[in-house]
Design a protein around this ligand. Sequence first.
Ligand code: NAI
Length: 349
Amino acid sequence: MCYHRGMKITFFDAKDYDIPAFERYGKEYGISFKFFETKLGEDTAELARGYDGVCVFVNDDVGAPVVEKLASYGVRTVALRCAGYNNVDLTSCFGKIHVVRVPAYSPHAVAEHAMALLLTSVRRIHRAYNRTKDFNFSLAGLTGFELHGRTVGVVGTGKIGRAFIEICRGFGMRVIAYDKFPSEIEGVTYVPLEELLRTSDVISLHCPLTEETYHLIGREAVEMLKKGVVILNTSRGALIDAEALVDGIKRRIVGAACLDVYEEESDLFFRDFSGHIVEDDVLARLISMPNVLVTGHQAFLTEEALANIAETTVKNLVSVRDGGLIENELCYRCGKVEDCKKNRSERCF
Ligand code: NAI
């Protein structure tokens, strides 16, 4: 039985919190990981030479030039330890490298983080926290507003969007939604995107980043927004044109923004820049605003999600290694990256 046949994987962008679960599940299934702090890119792809696969995260670069290099080094698998795959050139991978991902590790982790940001923002908890640390118990400027009865517009009603909707309904919010592929969800009314932008008190983005959704909240959209709207983005940074957002906040159209992701995050997030001068003026401006909350792509970071991510990734690698259909494979053969598995009974190539 090939169950314990070894498989060697280069693990890029490794963080201390990743390692224990990957070592544990790797040992169980005969997969060994070599952990590197560096991200995958054209300059670092060489580290994967002689390995069976690479394990990557959201800000690793798996574009066409990197794929060509990996393939020439004998790498046959890219294992994404995340759901989104906008950083992978799937077309270049087809026929050479299997791409697997973790489609859902804990939608609740992200949905709960979105609500945590929203509550923090609308009840000014971030400001109160800093004040009371300094024994300043003044309430000046801390007036919030209630979510109950407000309209939340959810863009993207997949796994995370639905989990977020459930939470919002628990708060007594009216839920409207926009999705390219709407489905039936109790208590949710689908509306065109423009109507959602014009009528929501809170907008939460849970769709993937694609060519269509790039800068979904851009200059034009900002002009349509309801005055005082709170914008939440726990999906991908480039769904929002950050400069247009800054402008919308300065013009008092956008009342608050809560961002777990940022368009230019790849050179900044997941690292400690305290004590450094950050060059990104747009991010610096956003962070300086009292009505903007930024977390550094942290929404997924729960004990439950980390264990699920490691277990699913290791099982994905095992299924590539052991033959047959690869459940969580992403491929470009028929152009329907996620749906094509419904129509196939064996691996794509
Ligand atoms: P999902 O695939 O279950 O749902 C995505 C939804 O977006 C689907 O209902 C789909 O029909 C819809 N959609 C696709 N194209 C659209 C378009 N052009 N306009 C409107 N809706 C569209 O994905 P899931 O698991 O809910 O994740 C959503 C996103 O959350 C991921 O793409 C990923 O970028 C992000 N994410 C962020 C994390 C974080 O730590 N901040 C962690 C995990 C995911």
